[in-house]
Write a new protein. Structure first.
Length: 233
């Protein structure tokens, strides 16, 4: 609905519980004006609690560039497959033409439509990055993401986004079979990590579900791209 209402050439879909610094819009616009080959710009973040107190930074800072930069889209795609989604949705300002050319957010995805959209864009465009944490991402008990973060549901949603990518856009992907294997390797490694975390927290039901999912990913990986299963239920 936001995209239907947007009229400007640049679009930032901003979550109602987060906070932008006064300089955020200016820095994003300047980055896109400087790099015409970029489809969107995203930035670093700081994390705040319900009262606005800073409680941390980006959830995966080691993958972020150390300076403002232009990132090759195909290289960013490989990083996403290896690391998952490290692009905070509320920091993304995109050219409206990207949405017009590549379509709307996919309604099949409940938690990862942003991830699948970023993949669509980086397969065609480069991406700008602003290293300053110009957006504050708020964590609180009432947010919808709490039903997914660090849980089996999150892994399944990421797998669905990857499935859509490799099933529907494989002609756009160079070395598609290698990168498909790359994506499954990430899912196996990530699911194993979450399983260990759940065991340590004595969350055995969740751990068993994650272990079952990990075994499924191993089987799917062995089958290769030609035997990719149907859309994950």
């Amino acid at each position: 609905k936001c995209l239907e209402l947007a009229q400007g050439d640049l679009v930032l879909i901003f979550h109602q519980d987060d906070v932008a610094r006064r300089s955020a819009i200016q820095k994003m616009v300047e980055a896109l004006e400087k790099h015409p080959t970029a489809g969107f710009v995203f930035s670093n973040i700081q994390t705040v609690n319900s009262s606005g107190k800073v409680i941390g930074g980006h959830w995966n800072p080691r993958v972020l560039p150390q300076d403002d930069t232009l990132i090759d889209g195909k290289q960013l795609f490989r990083t996403i497959l290896n690391e998952g989604n490290f692009i905070p949705c509320q920091t993304v300002m995109a050219r409206r033409k990207c949405y017009e050319e590549l379509g709307k957010f996919d309604p099949r995805l409940r938690f990862t439509p942003d991830l699948e959209m970023w993949i669509r864009i980086v397969l065609k465009y480069d991406v700008c990055y602003v290293h300053a944490p110009i957006i504050s991402l708020r964590r609180h008990e009432g947010q919808e993401s709490g039903h997914y973060l660090g849980k089996r549901n999150e892994v399944i949603e990421v797998w669905r986004a990857f499935w859509i990518t490799f099933h529907e856009r494989k002609k756009q992907i160079p070395d598609v079979e290698i990168l498909y294997d790359f994506a499954l390797h990430h899912l196996i490694r990530w699911t194993k990590f979450l399983t260990i975390q759940c065991i340590r927290k004595v969350e055995f039901t969740e751990a068993i579900g994650l272990m079952s999912l990990m075994v499924k990913f191993v089987i799917v990986r062995r089958g290769g791209l030609d035997k990719m299963p149907g859309y994950p239920s």
